[in-house]
Design a protein around this ligand. Sequence first.
Ligand SMILES: Cc1ncc(COP(=O)(O)O)c(C=O)c1O
Length: 494
Amino acid sequence: MDTRVTPNPVDGPEASSGISRWPDTEQLQRRFDELVKQPMRPVRADAMQKVQRYFDERCKTSKALSERAKTVIPGGVQHNLAFNHPFPLAFSQAEGAHLSDVDGNRYIDFLQAGGPTLLGSNYEPVRRKVHELIDECGPVTGLLHEYEVKLAELVCRHMPGVEMLRLLGSGTEAVMGAVRLARTFTGRKWIIKVGGAYHGWSDQLVYGMRLPKTGRMEATGIPRGATGHTQECLPNDLDELRRKLSWNRLRGGTAAVLVEPLGPESGTRPVHRDYNRQVRQLCDEFGALLVFDEVVTGFRTGLAGAQGYFGVKPDITVLGKCLTGGYPMAGAIGGRKDIMMSLVGGIGTTTKRAFVGGTLSANPLSCVAGYHAILEMERTGAAAKAGRAGDRLCQGLEEIIRRRGLPYVSYNMGSIVHLQTSGVLLLDTSSLWKLLKVKDEAKRRKHMMEEMGAAYTAHGLITLAGSRIYTSLADTDEVIDDALNRFDDVFALV
Ligand SMILES: Cc1ncc(COP(=O)(O)O)c(C=O)c1O
């Protein structure tokens, strides 16, 4: 199997898309290896005390609230992405590129709700349309609304692989539905994912999460049978994918290959530039459906998603996050018409179908928000602008890292910026023996990542778990330059 890397196109059509340049994955891999080979470079212990003082002295209201939360909410937080070291901060205001916590501290918002708010937080033109809709019919009727159709038409117009759309409640639900749909359409049972990828928390996909080849490591409370037909391949390993597809052919066949098109965990381990095209070819050869999980990449890497960027058409596309511009209930399955017809809805349906649905699915509130958010993304060129902000941030971070002689690695795919300081997600877990070898180290590196995140927060920067950054349309050059000065201050503490 040909796994060569195609050369990085420097300019060309990518210049106007959400991603201006694909990272040199081979060079990155060498840097990842160097990062995890050397001792950690955390914030110094004396500087961490200052960080702790920030939380204790400037975040008293958050602290009290987090104590209250702990008594009624397991772990004190409801969101997996909520930053909770040393304790979670509570936020009361969000506008554009900034957030304010309940103690009145202001931050640059690089979490952007985990990705959905490509237009920036609390974007006024969309908010206005939502208000109008709520005044007219409230958030939900359970019946057809014109905005459902308008949103579906808009998505079908932009996404090359989407001819029909079924709206659901979340990315997790949509992935679950996509797998059921693929099994219904193909009559096969196996699904193959890429190790380390996140596809939500359904029983069948809490498998090989975060770190490749970790299989059922996180599958607490999930019976073996539920993951019994899930398999994982190493990132970028097309030979392994071919072997699994061949083997499955002898025992029930592969219904679907699921990929996060940038690479697992939103490109934490980036794929080779040609990877998706080669996966497409393998799927065609073995009659498996190709599922692109575009929950993060949909609209963020451009209106045509990662499928537009890579020029690869999946059979099924899973959407979420940006689909409703940050408003609730973001999830959808899109795809080829012949496949999608196995998702026919409605009470009177008699055709054989994969059953999916939900009381609040496709509610008018989510649909009006999604429709106008995508129109605004179109009008403003949000993906490209946020992408250029990501480029500027990443270049600046790399300059600081070089100047300070740190082993850290920053790289980006447009508005998705990775900042690896502890390298916890880059440890080699490709075999059981290697996994056991790095288990304790992973704990230490994870703690370092938490401390880095806390240090960023104390310097007015909210990130995703201390290692990922989402930029938005609201990130002007001034915002990015302000952020870079703050990152420089944090790196001075190492
Ligand atoms: C690639 C990917 N797929 C699926 C999901 C699950 O989406 P949700 O959190 O809306 O259930 C996520 C969430 O972060 C994701 O990143």
